[in-house]
Every structure is written in C-alpha cells, then in structure tokens.
Design a protein around this ligand. Structure first.
Ligand code: ADP
Length: 247
C-alpha cells in the first residue's frame, strides 16, 4: 500500500515536471533530429562526421523517448486524432530507423494490402512503434530478424505485430515488463518507460496489447486497435467515448 502511494506520488510529480518542460524540450530535440538527418544524407558512411551525426541522432532519439515518456504521463487521452494507416506508420518508422538502429538486424515486413484505417493519434502510435522496434533490436545483440506485420482481424480490428528472434523474456520479466520504470537494461541505457508508454498509447486508443515471449526464442508484441467505422470520414472522437479495459 505504502509502495503504491509512493509510486503514484512519483508519477504525479513526473506529470507536473512534464507539463513544465517536456513540450518545449521535445521541439528542441525534433529540430536537432531533423537537421542531423539532413546532414547525414550528405556525409558518406564511415567518415568521422557521419559517425558523429549518427551519435547525435541516437542521443536525440533517446532524449525524445524520455521526454515523450514524461509527456505521456502528463497527458490524458490523445493529443490529436486523424485516420491513420498502420502500413504508412510502419514504412515511415522504418525510413527513420533504417540507417541506424535497423542496421544491426534483418528486417521482414508483411503488410496487409487491404489494411483498414484506424482513428487515432499518429505521433503517439509512431512513438509506440519506435519503442517496440528499439526493444526488439536491443533483444538481438548478436543480430536476428525483426518482423513488422499488419493485418485486419475480423471486421472490427486492425493489428500490428513487432516480432524479434532475440533473447525473449523470462516469466518474471514478462510479468513486470509493462510497469513504469521496470528495466533489465544497464544504467544509462534503459529507462523502463518504453513499454509503459506503448501500453498507455494502446489504452488511449481503446486497443489491446499482448506480449508473447519465450526465453531464447524471441518476442512478439501484438497490438490490436479498433478499425475506423468509415474510411475517409470523420467519426466520433475517441476522447468522447468511455475508455474500454485492455491488456
Ligand atoms: P527499457 O527498454 O527502457 O528497459 P521497456 O519498458 O521498454 O523499458 O522494457 C522493459 C523491459 O522489458 C526491458 O528492460 C526488457 O527486459 C523487457 N523487454 C521489452 N521488450 C523486449 C523484447 N522485445 N525482448 C526481450 N525483452 C524485452
């Protein structure tokens, strides 16, 4: 009970902190990130300049994950809503990560041609996808395969799966993996916020999240979100509907 109160006080003060500084810091990081990406295109691979730019990109992505994690605690519901195509979201994320994070693994994509749109917040979903890709790659220090898959499930759901052939999670880790601040990564590498941000985003979209993981075999994270009722037409905002329970 005491531990729970301490945890909720911790989250509350993180929320106020986020309200004050995280938004501005996020914009600063976005500006650095986009300039670094432009310069990366000019700098040939293997040169010291390119290595520095790759390091700047990595540091910004890490900073952005931290700041957006704090923002996620401060914000309730979705910052914006539009029709989102998960295939586009996957392709954009791959384009963003392919020159750095994804270099260490092989990538397989299996995107359903007839994928239905969902109504949601594209930046919160792409941030969630980035966290899942980073986790998947971290789980494959010796290399392996990252699989990004989308499919329609029945008429009502659209699913995105991020799979890896990495170290997998023990039952003890699996049980705590979604908790904020739980990490098995070395200090300075893990924040323990990645999956809790993903979980928060999925809940805000009234979706479900399932972790399927086996030590030594790998992990599949499956997110299913409600398909938009009418493609191309505005529907009632999610924020107006009561949140449904999810994983
Ligand atoms: P962080 O990545 O900062 O540690 P997360 O909340 O994203 O925080 O993940 C919590 C923990 O869950 C990780 O430290 C790791 O032990 C485990 N985990 C998450 N994703 C994977 C994965 N794809 N494979 C194996 N373990 C994972």
């Amino acid at each position: 009970m005491e531990a729970q109160m301490a945890q909720s006080q911790k989250l509350e003060s993180l929320g106020s902190l986020a309200g004050g500084v995280a938004h501005d810091m996020n914009n600063v990081l976005a500006a650095i990130l986009s300039l670094a990406s432009i310069q990366q295109m000019e700098a040939p691979e293997g040169t010291p300049l390119r290595k520095s730019l790759d390091t700047i990109e990595k540091a910004c992505l890490r900073g952005r994950a931290l700041v957006q994690g704090l923002l996620g605690f401060a914000r309730k519901g979705l910052a914006e809503e539009s029709l989102v195509n998960l295939n586009d979201l996957v392709r954009d994320q791959v384009a963003l990560l392919e020159r750095t994070t994804l270099q260490k693994v092989s990538l397989e994509m299996d995107l359903a041609n007839d994928i239905r749109s969902i109504q949601g917040d594209p930046s919160s979903l792409s941030h969630a996808l980035m966290n899942l890709c980073v986790n998947a790659v971290d789980a494959m220090p010796e290399g392996g395969t990252l699989t990004l898959r989308t499919h329609n499930e029945g008429v009502g759901s659209v699913c995105l799966e991020v799979g890896d052939t990495g170290v997998g999670m023990s039952p003890e880790v699996l049980e705590k993996a979604l908790d904020p601040f739980f990490t098995t990564k070395p200090q300075g590498k893990g924040t323990g916020l990645g999956l809790s941000i993903v979980h928060g985003a999925v809940k805000a979209h009234r979706g479900t999240l399932v972790l399927d993981s086996h030590p030594g075999a790998g992990t599949v994270v499956r997110i299913c979100l409600p398909a938009s009722l009418q493609e191309g037409q505005a529907v009632a905002p999610l924020s107006a509907a009561p949140a449904a329970a999810s994983a």
